[in-house]
Design a protein around this ligand. Structure first.
Ligand SMILES: *Cc1c(COP(=O)(O)O)cnc(C)c1O
Length: 357
């Protein structure tokens, strides 16, 4: 008789699954989802489009037409190839697996996106987090020193960073890319619709850069579609560790349809950018709250007590993310996703209660 304890890796036995809190009945402002749905007429047409999908067939592993359309719509340079992932989470996993030579390392600024570290550990890569400055700007000197010391296989730069919202300086990015001669630099633009700045036009200009994106924060978190653009010599290798049919037919058909209607999603992103500015002003006006500049659809806010803030907002049925324990630099910080005007008003009202306590 054998048990899971006999078979499963000891580090996996010691882990807990990725926590997703139950949000039933709550205003969900914890996960950077776009709060808007599709207009009814567009949803109707999408439904008709999906009705024609052959569910009995395996999906195309490298859907040429969809890739070409995506390249055009997202201004991917002609010289780049594109790899699709079941969310960019899967692309991160493929990067980790393909690079997991014995002793290989991953370097990224910290605090950063948790999946870089988790995915590295799953693939037995050593992860080194290099602290940001206290104001969450990039400590480029420290990052470059770590790159020189560790010669990592992968360097992740989230542009802008999650959970801080920071958009790193162009000159710092260039210095890091130049210093990372023995690494692949992965520029993660998950929040590009809210940043209005991008490295995509330059994705083929360096021999050690790929640019990764997702449609999740643009309003399609449910379909799970990420994409990575880079020189073919990189993309060809990562494609080898891709599960053969990783993008299901419904996701492919939805993406194909909605890439012809990107104006709808772009308009939603523009509204959210305006809401972000308004929310930042309103929260900053409350006593004892520090709002950090954000180029994402969320705000990082330092409050007197993050645990109390989380509970107080929950009492008002608003679910946010307490990131206060994620990293020492984030002490007493919470992350607020930008929602609709009504949702944001409810969140601000709840934060006001907190200020009165
Ligand atoms: C949300 C997020 C992702 C993951 O996106 P999916 O495509 O939904 O897997 C990747 N990178 C960063 C920085 C994110 O915040």
């Amino acid at each position: 008789m054998t048990t899971a304890q006999d078979i499963i890796r000891s580090d996996v036995l010691a882990m807990t699954s990725y926590p997703v809190p139950d949000s039933t009945g709550l205003i969900k402002l914890d996960a950077m989802e776009n709060p808007y749905t599709l207009p009814a007429d567009l949803a109707q047409k999408l439904g008709e489009h999906l009705a024609g999908v052959a569910l009995n067939r395996y999906p195309a592993p490298r859907p040429a037409e969809l890739l070409a359309k995506l390249k055009r719509a997202m201004n991917v340079p002609a010289r780049c190839d594109v790899l699709l992932g079941n969310g960019s989470d899967e692309l991160i996993s493929m990067l980790s697996v393909a690079c997991s030579k014995p002793g290989a390392k991953v370097v990224a600024p910290a605090p950063g996106f948790v999946m870089y570290e988790m995915s590295a550990k799953f693939a037995h890569l050593e992860f080194i987090g290099v602290p940001l400055n206290a104001d969450f700007t990039l400590d480029a000197d420290a990052l470059i020193a770590a790159i020189e010391e560790h010669a990592p296989a992968l360097v992740y730069l989230a542009y802008p960073n999650n959970p801080t919202g920071t958009l790193y300086e162009d000159a710092d990015m260039e210095h890091v890319i130049a210093a990372a001669k023995k690494s692949l630099v992965v520029i993660d633009e998950a929040y590009q619709p809210f940043a209005e700045k991008s490295w995509m036009p330059r994705a083929a200009d360096f021999d050690n850069v790929v640019v990764m994106r997702t449609v999740s924060k643009l309003g399609l978190a449910g379909i799970r579609l990420g994409y990575m653009a880079g020189r073919p010599e990189w993309i060809i290798q990562f494609d080898k560790v891709r599960p053969p049919y990783n993008i299901n037919v419904l996701t492919q058909a939805t993406a194909d349809f909605l890439l012809d209607h990107l104006d709808v999603l772009d308009a939603q992103a523009a509204e959210l950018r305006a809401e972000r500015a308004k929310l930042a002003r309103e929260v900053a006006a409350l006593p004892n709250m520090t709002v950090f500049p954000s180029a994402g659809n969320f705000l990082l806010v330092r409050v007197p007590d993050a645990a109390v803030a989380f509970e107080t907002l929950l009492t008002s049925r608003v679910l946010i993310k307490n990131v206060g324990k994620m990293h020492p630099l984030l002490a007493n910080c919470v992350r607020l996703t930008v929602g609709t005007a009504e949702e944001n008003a409810q969140m601000v009202a709840a934060l006001k209660k907190l200020a009165l306590n």
